[in-house]
Design a protein around this ligand. Structure first.
Ligand code: B3K
Ligand code: ZN
Length: 886
């Protein structure tokens, strides 16, 4: 395979103006008639027409109604000697029921679905399958009426009716030009929740959420989230819904979360279906973000799309930023907003930072790829969102809204680049720091790796001044050995030793300011002098995580305790607690002595005690502060990782928190019981989260002491919980503490929910992700794969068992006998033959092998080599293992 390079981009030689597609839907042989109007791109006067196609049976090619000569070259259909403009008709067939890749047209539970992003449309018909070719689509669907009563495609329904032989048809016209990756169709037995809404301008819209008949009672939250999304985008950014009808359809077989096809979003059931009996608070909140995310793509992605796939973050980074802002704006107060921010940063640091430090590191705008599906990454999405967020920080919230308005005015209907986006934000704010620093700021798009920010503070008692010195650097990443300095907005505040917020007076500036200010770093090293300070302050640096960097500051424990107790910035309050816990963890891990039972010191325990008892703090925030850094995050801070040692240390810390704060956990559990009806709002969700966390610790402590009271109460709670969150948290407490009552509870849980696929996914994943006790998890995982409910073909199910073990349970996966790695390589190979995208995602599981201590390191490398030795791997998996071994 050859690498696709960003610098090789050329505009297409042909444009496609209109596409008329007619489908005769049949699971084993679907016929597709594709009639297109093409014309030569005057800027590219030479070159044959080369259409992409994959796994298609080609029956006929007509140019202006006449049989045309064509040839097949590297899978493409090539036609020479074409007129400047012409009609092309292509007739093909394909086999949706055999499509286990779930790209193109496939069947799930007797219903047809499509997935075209990034390059799936070529599995439906021959086409210029690239995002800069935008056409008007008219789609006619024909199918058996009894088996497929609902026929959907993008845009507006313009005609429908019966056909002979029990068949029927529907014709859809999409009023907007779009790239092929946004095409969609759905056909099957579905029912819809419907809601009409009136937009600000008085226009009426029909919103529909389509699901299988038994699931209608689980669509209310998705509908509510959709309505909120429509209102929010109009209110915050002035972006209205531009279609008469907006549809969401759920399928249980889907490679990812959801897909923003114009007017016809297709969703994984996981991000649609929820009622209080089957879904947790986390599910509710994920549904809200994903519904928002796909809806916001209607502008950031669909109205303005990407010129080429290297620009993927143009739509993904921006849309993640938009969905993050949406969820934050829906929060009732600043505390809930901060909780959301902390959760987002936690994802970035536990998933994106490792990616940026590993073999798959790539810039937010990559320079090359083998398989674009491999680049739907946390870097493109989450780091891309941080880049957009920094722009907002540099131009201000209002300025950013002006920039967004200009971007959509300038580029509506176009396929553009990340440069176009940054330019629009800067042009709308000509006096901003962003406009002044734009070329340098854009290094965030070009350079991979997480920048390190080394900060140093020194107080001069005589001058009553405090100097903050910064040095930035960025470690080498594949293909990039040297980095230029970034533009880094650093939000800073200063606290007195007793925790008061101090006014900030920068040397040479007239007015002191209260609260946070943004220092904009542009040089490799830079210093800022604050004056008028009577004593050495405690600096609160990178408030709100104002830039995606690793901040290194030699805080004393006392300073961190001051920040933890007092900082007005909740992010840095939380961060101070994480730093303290991390410090103890690393000390115990790198110490040569056996892991004792007092990893955490008394001061930390006391601080956690006062957090738990603080009546002014929300439960959700307490839960975050009390959650120790994950094993993955701890591992990232080490040069050489012994995953077993990391696991042992973190487990010891958990047990220590459980026993030392036993009375406080009891109190927290009792104080955070639900009163009244279930609602998934952040405040009550936070209370349930803290109560759930309390149960985990109470059961852990009870298992250690042999006490039977709390496990018994937990089982009772499991039995009579009024919602899935409480029920699942109780089950989790029994399973993760390894208590004997876990077994009957698991059996009961399965019996109650045997017909709820998404709940059974939870049942599988809880077991595969449980803390390892003497190597017990791997045999259990193997057993779970033999369970009648297990299927490798269903991505959600495969993820619930295999990924929960291989990618989310390091303490159980990294075994000294290498059996976890052997299991992993077998599954990658097995999955690769069915579904390369899912396989390649799993293949990322040992990205960080090079950091492992022996014997893990050699064994992991061997397992990767075992996969790489397979001759017929997909491009997807081949790229991942090749980079891992490079
Ligand atoms: N744009 C899709 C992702 C498509 C992934 C293709 N492998 C969903 C989203 O980001 O909203
Ligand atoms: Zn997206």
């Amino acid at each position: 395979p050859v690498a696709i390079r960003r610098e090789d981009y050329t505009a297409p030689a042909w444009w496609i103006d209109t596409v008329e597609l007619t489908f005769d839907l049949d699971p084993s042989k679907t016929r597709v008639l594709n009639r297109m109007r093409l014309r030569r791109n005057p800027d590219q006067p030479t070159g044959a027409l080369r259409l992409d196609g994959e796994e298609l049976n080609l029956a006929r090619v007509l140019v202006d109604g006449q049989g045309a000569s064509f040839r097949m070259e590297a899978g493409q259909l090539v036609i020479d000697n074409l007129p400047e403009a012409f009609e092309l008709e292509i007739f093909t067939t394909c086999c949706p029921v055999k499509n286990t890749k779930l790209m193109g047209l496939f069947v799930s539970q007797d219903t047809f679905f499509t997935q075209c992003e990034a390059e799936g449309f070529r599995r439906i018909t021959y086409f210029l399958d690239r995002p800069d070719v935008m056409a008007n689509y008219t789609v006619t669907l024909r199918a058996d009426k009894t088996a497929y009563p609902v026929l959907l495609s993008n845009g507006n329904l313009v005609d429908s009716g019966d056909l002979p032989d029990g068949r029927h048809f529907a014709q859809w016209v999409d009023p907007f030009r779009k790239p092929s990756y946004l095409f969609a169709l759905v056909a099957g037995k579905l029912v819809a929740r419907e809601q009409r809404i009136r937009a600000r301008n008085g226009k009426e819209h029909l919103l529909q959420v389509f699901v299988r008949a038994g699931d209608l009672d689980k669509t209310e939250h998705a509908m509510t989230s959709l309505i909120h999304s429509v209102l929010w985008d109009e209110a915050r950014f002035g972006l209205p819904l531009d279609l008469d009808r907006f549809m969401i359809v759920a399928t249980s077989d889907f490679n990812m979360g959801a897909m923003e096809n114009k007017g016809l979003n297709i969703f994984n059931t996981k991000y649609v279906l929820a009622n209080q009996a089957t879904a947790t608070d986390a599910d509710y909140s994920n549904i809200e973000s994903v519904v928002g995310h796909e809806y916001f793509h209607n502008w950031s992605g669909d109205r303005v799309t990407c010129r080429d796939w290297f620009q993927l973050s143009l739509k993904e980074g921006l849309t993640v930023f938009r969905d993050q802002e949406f969820s934050m704006d829906l929060c009732a107060d600043a505390s809930a907003r901060a909780v959301k921010r902390i959760e987002d940063v936690r994802v970035l640091r536990t998933a994106q930072f490792p990616e940026d430090a590993g073999p798959m590191a790539h810039p937010v705008r990559p320079d090359s790829y083998f398989e674009i599906s491999n680049f739907y990454t946390v870097t493109i999405y989450e780091k891309g969102a941080e880049v957009v967020r920094m722009m907002q920080t540099l131009v201000g919230r209002k300025g950013f809204e002006r920039g967004i308005t200009l971007y959509f005015e300038r580029h509506d209907g176009q396929a553009v680049t990340c440069d176009d986006f940054a330019q629009a934000i800067a042009d709308a704010n000509p006096d901003s720091e962003l406009a002044r620093l734009l070329p340098q700021f854009k290094r965030w798009y070009a350079q991979s790796g997480s920048p390190r920010l080394l900060a140093h503070g020194s107080y001069d008692a005589e001058a009553r001044s405090y100097t903050l010195a910064f040095e930035q650097s960025c470690p080498p990443t594949p293909g990039q050995s040297h980095k230029e300095p970034f533009v880094i907005p650093v939000n800073v505040g200063l606290l007195s030793e007793d925790g008061r917020e101090l006014p900030l007076q920068l040397e040479g500036e007239g007015q002191a300011t209260a609260g946070t200010r943004t220092l904009v770093l542009t040089e490799a090293s830079q210093r800022f002098v604050f004056t008028g300070l009577d004593a050495a302050p405690v600096p609160s640096i990178l408030r709100g995580f104002s830039a995606p960097v690793v901040l290194d500051f030699a805080y004393t424990d006392a300073q961190l305790l001051t920040l933890l107790a007092n900082d007005i910035d909740p992010f840095n309050r939380w961060e101070a607690g994480q730093r303290l816990a991390l410090r103890s963890a690393i000390q115990a891990i790198t110490d040569s002595a056996p892991v004792g039972n007092a990893v955490l010191d008394d001061a930390y325990i006391a601080a956690m005690r006062s957090v738990l008892g603080d009546t002014k703090l929300d439960a959700a925030f307490k839960e975050l502060v009390l959650t120790l850094p994950s094993e993955t995050y701890i591992a990232e801070q080490l040069d050489v990782v012994d995953p077993q040692r990391v696991h042992t240390v973190r487990e010891a810390m958990r047990l220590q928190l459980a026993t030392a704060l036993f009375a406080e956990w009891e109190q927290a559990y009792d104080a955070n019981q639900d009163t009244g009806a279930y609602t998934p709002d952040p405040l009550s969700a936070g209370r349930r989260a803290l109560a759930g966390m309390a149960l985990v610790h109470l059961c852990l402590a009870a298992c250690a002491s042999g006490d039977a009271v709390w496990p018994g109460r937990t089982l009772q709670r499991f039995k009579d919980a009024g919602n899935m969150t409480d029920r699942f948290n109780a089950l989790n407490a029994l399973v993760s503490s390894g208590h004997a009552l876990a077994a009957p509870a698991l059996a009961r849980f399965h019996a109650i929910f045997k017909d709820e696929a998404l709940v059974i996914d939870k049942w599988f994943s809880l077991q595969a992700g449980a803390p390892d006790r003497g190597g017990n998890v791997l045999p259990l995982v193997k057993q779970l794969m033999k369970h009648p409910d297990f299927s490798l073909k269903n991505p959600n199910r495969a993820r619930s068992v295999i990924f929960s073990y291989c990618s989310a349970n390091p303490g159980a996966f990294h075994r000294t006998d290498a059996a976890g790695y052997v299991f992993w390589s077998d599954r990658v190979i097995e999955l690769d033959a069915l579904n390369p995208q899912v396989a390649a995602r799993l293949a990322r599981g040992l990205d960080r092998w090079n950091k492992l201590a022996e014997p893990y390191r050699s064994a992991a490398r061997e397992a990767i080599m075992r996969i790489a030795a397979k001759p017929d791997l997909s491009k997807d998996t081949r790229e991942v293992v090749t980079r891992a071994l490079a």
